[in-house]
Design a protein around this ligand. Structure first.
Ligand SMILES: [Zn+2]
Length: 248
């Protein structure tokens, strides 16, 4: 295998046609053609060899020494020959090289992802001496989406009302006190609505509330196993009211 071929992201589906070097701008451009003769429709996975037309795509790749590398790919569009498929024409996929719509190779995206995870967006974008000219968002966008871990089930929650329209309509706000996070907004402040929500969260051990009889009723219905306590705000508020006001 020739030397430049060894540096390609994948050797099995691409053939190097030519290479141009621009020393003034430290840029290498590789002109590559696809060697695939059969492609699979991305929708129905049906194989096809019927070529529709050709398509050019540009990707950024890892740097070679101090040279930025651009891949000029000459790909094919195929007909899907499955009459039942909704996709009639598609561009061939090169999963070992890149993903659809991406503007960089998988291996470059992986390297940028590692930089972003280690340094964050702003510091990662300052790594221009590695040969990349990036903005902070580009570094962060290279990090693959990973779902946040599921929060633990709530054990201690606070319940209070909030106004959609003051004196006219109110909802109920529920806070996970252990995590200091709001976890639910209920559409009204009725006992049944609160009870229904509490029944779906049987892990709750302690409920903090004001002295509302409605909330007490909802908690008794929905979480009879939980201990009800007065929340600190209302406790202090009530203490400051007569006849509990301590005279100076
Ligand atoms: Zn198809």
């Amino acid at each position: 295998m020739d030397f430049p071929d060894l540096l390609l992201p994948t050797q099995s589906e691409l053939k190097l046609e030519s290479l141009t070097l621009d020393p003034d701008s430290n840029l290498i451009t590789l002109h590559l053609i696809s060697t695939q003769t059969t492609a699979h429709c991305p929708l129905c996975r049906h194989p096809t060899q019927r070529v529709h037309s050709h398509y050019q795509r540009t990707l950024k790749d890892l740097t070679w020494a101090n040279y930025q590398v651009t891949l000029e790919l000459h790909l094919q569009k195929f007909f899907c020959v499955n009459a039942a498929c909704h996709r009639q024409i598609f561009v061939e996929r090169l999963p070992a090289l890149t993903v659809p719509w991406a503007r960089r190779t998988n291996r470059l995206a992986s390297q940028l992802s590692q930089i972003g995870l280690a340094l964050g967006g702003a510091a990662g974008a300052r790594c221009h001496k590695l040969g990349y000219s990036l903005c902070p968002n580009s570094v962060l966008n290279a990090i693959p989406f990973t779902p946040l871990p599921e929060p633990p089930p709530p054990k201690t929650v606070g319940v209070d009302d909030f106004a959609f329209k003051k004196c006219l309509s109110y909802g109920t706000l529920i806070i996970d006190i252990d995590r200091h996070r709001p976890i639910a907004l209920l559409e009204d402040e009725h006992a049944d609505t609160l009870a229904d929500w509490l029944k779906q969260h049987p892990t709750i051990e302690t409920l903090a509330r004001d002295r509302s009889k409605t909330y007490r009723q909802g908690m008794n219905q929905g979480a009879p196993q939980a201990t009800q306590v007065a929340d600190r705000f209302h406790l202090l508020q009530n203490l400051a009211e007569p006849p509990f006001l301590i005279p100076p």
